[in-house]
Design a protein around this ligand. Sequence first.
Ligand code: ADP
Ligand code: MG
Length: 686
Amino acid sequence: MAFLEVNNLNKYYPITDSERFHALKDVQLSFEKGELVSIIGESGSGKSTLMNLLGGLDSQFDGEILVDGENIGQFKEKEMVAFHKEKIGFIFQSFNLVPHLSILDNVTLAMTLSNIDSKTRKARAKEVLEQLGLKDHYQKKPNQLSGGQKQRVAIARALVNDPDIIIADEPTGALDSQTSDQVLDIIQDIAKTGKLVIMVTHSERVASRSTRIVTIDDGKIINDEKRPPLQFHDNAFQIKEKQENKNLSFFAAIRMALLNMKEKLSRNILISLGGSIGIMSIILMLALGKGVNDYLTDTMNENVNPIISEARMTEETQSDTAAAASVETVPATAPAQPSGMGGGGGGIGGTLLADNPAAQMSKNIPFEEANIAELEAIPHVEKLELSYASFSMGSDTVVYEGENYAFMNFGTTSENMTDSNILYGEFPDQGEVLITEEMADGMAGNAEDMIGEDVEVKLSVNGHALTGTYTVSGIYTAGNAIGPAGSFDSVFMTMDTFADMNAANGLTVEPNVVYLYADEAGNSQDIKDAINGLGYAGSSTDTLAKTFTKMLDIFTYILAGVAGISLFVSAIMILTVLYISVVERTQEIGVIKAIGGRNKDIRRIFVSESFLIGLFSGLLGVAIAALLSTVGNVIVERIFGTTILHMTPIYALLGILASVIISVIAGVFPANKAAKLDPIEALRHD
Ligand code: ADP
Ligand code: MG
């Protein structure tokens, strides 16, 4: 049996659904190693069609093509890949060198696809290139060579895996007659080493140098002329030691992607920059969210006595108590409040609005004995402090020198207030009050001047109007308290003074805030949980902080989401650029397929490229974000004395990860398109 046998080969090209073109008709041929076969014939006679079938670039045919007894029409992808890697070498009319790879890399490409180690790869490629007289050109790019040199590189590439068959479709078609002759000498030499060389040519002169001339016309072999055989020569192009063929490694794919990206450097820098903007904004948004949150937490901790927890009545606890004490009479002063008047809402320092001020204001509910007993029984509570706080919409006033000054917040002092809350003067004693700075300013022009002055305080407590005259002992400030704190005009007095005020007006004082003192700060959270568990409301500061943090989180996520849109845009950008890249590299994809690249390898090369773009934009995004937050923090710190952009390594990592994932996903579509290209069409593409 001949080395290469073609039996009854018919090729049809589908034209329409019902029509097909009969390109090869009952072709019957057999070839042996060492032959140099010229296929000649008119243009359109079917020469290229035959070559593509023999080379396994097209597996759609009727009949048999037997190489070493195996029908290549029946090959699975794996066998076809091995066939391309080991048995076949292609030489094309238009050279089809990969423009962004060096001469050496063009020749090692086939071995790279087989994952042969780089030392062997280079040594082997250099050996073949040297034999072809290209010793001085290893690092040049294809466009730095002449036509004849390019074709010699292509021949080196075809020979480097020591194939049995060389398929050359018009190898001299693009060369002048002198270089043609040189190339032909080489091709003749190749056949002399015992390889089967089949080439298509138009030139009689070229054909005359072969051992056999097969003439094809309209898809039929019309002549098969045997000529004197070549003198067998040494095994010049043979591989001494064959390595096992493996598949393209990830590293090699990354390296190939890098080489291509280097070629299109400015384009890739621009894409990475575009992609980095999205990553940068997301990281900055998250850093800002964290910064503000950290600031809030710090400020809270500064202004809160960690020993003290706060409890307030809620409607729930009130009805529970009422049910438990159903026999007892409901106090005469029970919540018959004028709507919108009076109500809870004071807090630590008594000036914070809770998450729902309207609801809060209707909940100025006094504690009952049972409530106080229940709170006292909470483990780790050392003592209770009964207090009163109310919030009014302008019905409470201070009268000074005949002028009315409305204020919103009234509260009794507690140990929860610290010296930092006293701007001037001191804490109030019996018969004394604290007023806020702005009120005092309004009264005396200079807040400090109000100390020692007498003022009349008018309060609305559960529908009763209370009045009393008190001496201003100090000026209150909310200090660093959060949010609207400090912005409300407030009046504070001791619980005893407030009790006297009630008594003077014929009422008994009804505490509506209880401060619970923990035995140690570590137990405060348990106490707070217990307070909530029993159905009482906690400190409005806590509630506010929680609500604020929650709002801040939502806000951060919305901002990050908006920033995420730019990620989407960059994904589309990467998609587009890679599609363009696939089109630009169509020939290269054809070459890779012809020399034994699997679809998977091609996909891998393109996905590697998108992976690298993702990685670079991620790194760039993190770098820019780090730079901007450093600069931003320096500026903010100078103005506000605190930093506000808190970037963490997790955010950086997340940003890079997101960038890589998004671009790899975007890269999959073009990579698939590349992998699915038909090698024949791809090779013809220019
Ligand atoms: P040659 O290489 O001898 O010039 P080809 O083998 O390229 O000729 O083409 C042989 C015939 O098959 C031509 O008539 C050509 O139009 C037709 N042909 C080649 N490729 C296709 C194709 N993909 N679809 C349809 N017809 C084709
Ligand atoms: Mg042709």
